[in-house]
Ligand binder design. Structure first.
Ligand SMILES: Nc1ncnc2c1ncn2[C@@H]1O[C@H](COP(=O)(O)OP(=O)(O)OP(=O)(O)O)[C@@H](O)[C@H]1O
Ligand SMILES: [Mg+2]
Length: 252
């Protein structure tokens, strides 16, 4: 179980997270939705400590990480437990797909090359990338690069996988393969927080949906509860707007 308690973050006088409490159960796939600039990325980045939260704590399987004064050893430990997949894949350009996945295993987890290679193979297979393991990122499509980035995150065996708009930098025809990959991972029992503007996908893949607005969780329920019977007027407005965009066939 993972517990986020009273997480706060502000940039100057801009309060972005205003006391977020969230309990994540093993196997939860939580879709995070909300308007632009509402703090979705900041929440993931504070969990992963790419941003240092001002207040709050994260407890992962009984170990509590508090916001202030964390030793670098603890930060590394927290990052191992919370793998991150970014909108832009951030692969090492000078390394092949296989080497990209092996890197963290060797450098952070101090695995032997042989063991790292074995794990990297398994994870690249899981995301359907075995045929391309020796390709460099520039010879891979965006969708393929994102699948390598997902394999890289999974290789660290995180207790929580954080995905921040993993398909929004992709050409529309490449979105499907990445969504399929995420759906497969979700089915195999991974615990994840997924920020996405793909409302239909969030609805299908998540068992819980959170609506984040102005630094607060305004809604936390099943996809059905949140999409069909939102408690809050702002959620209703947001979902109506997103539906209109889809109907108008805008690329979001
Ligand atoms: N490093 C930073 N320094 C200053 N302000 C920041 C920083 N990171 C984010 N912000 C501000 O915090 C607010 C929340 O940003 P965030 O990126 O978390 O929103 P978001 O919900 O992910 O938006 P989007 O849907 O557009 O990705 C915004 O007002 C943003 O300008
Ligand atoms: Mg964002």
């Amino acid at each position: 179980m993972i517990e986020i308690k009273d997480m706060k973050k502000q940039f100057h006088d801009n309060v972005v997270l205003d006391g977020i409490d969230l309990t994540i159960h093993k196997g939860d796939v939580i879709g995070i939705i909300g308007p632009s600039g509402t703090g979705k990325s900041t929440l993931l980045r504070c969990i992963n400590r790419l941003e240092v939260p001002d207040e709050g704590s994260i407890t992962i399987d009984g170990h509590t990480y508090t916001s202030k004064a964390m030793k670098s050893r603890e930060v590394i430990e927290l990052r191992k437990q919370t793998g991150m997949v970014f909108q832009r894949f951030h692969l090492f350009e000078k390394k092949t797909a296989l080497e990209n996945v092996m890197e963290g295993l060797i450098v952070v987890q101090k695995k032997s090359r042989e063991e790292a290679r074995q794990i990297a193979f398994e994870e690249l297979e899981r995301v359907g990338m075995l045929p391309w393991i020796n390709h460099y990122p520039k010879h891979l499509s965006g969708g393929q690069q994102q699948r390598v980035a997902i394999a890289r995150a999974l290789a660290m065996k995180p207790k929580l996988l954080l995905l921040d708009e993993p398909t929004s930098a992709l050409d529309p025809e490449l979105v499907g393969e990445v969504l399929d990959t995420i759906r497969n991972i979700a089915k195999s029992g991974y615990t994840m927080l997924l920020v996405s503007h793909e409302m239909e996908f969030v609805r299908k893949v998540s068992n819980r949906v959170i609506f984040l607005d102005n630094g607060h969780i305004l809604e936390d329920g099943t996809p059905r509860e949140v999409f069909e019977h939102p408690k809050n007027e702002r959620t209703r407005e947001f979902i109506t707007k997103m539906n209109r965009l889809v109907e108008a066939d805008y690329v979001i």
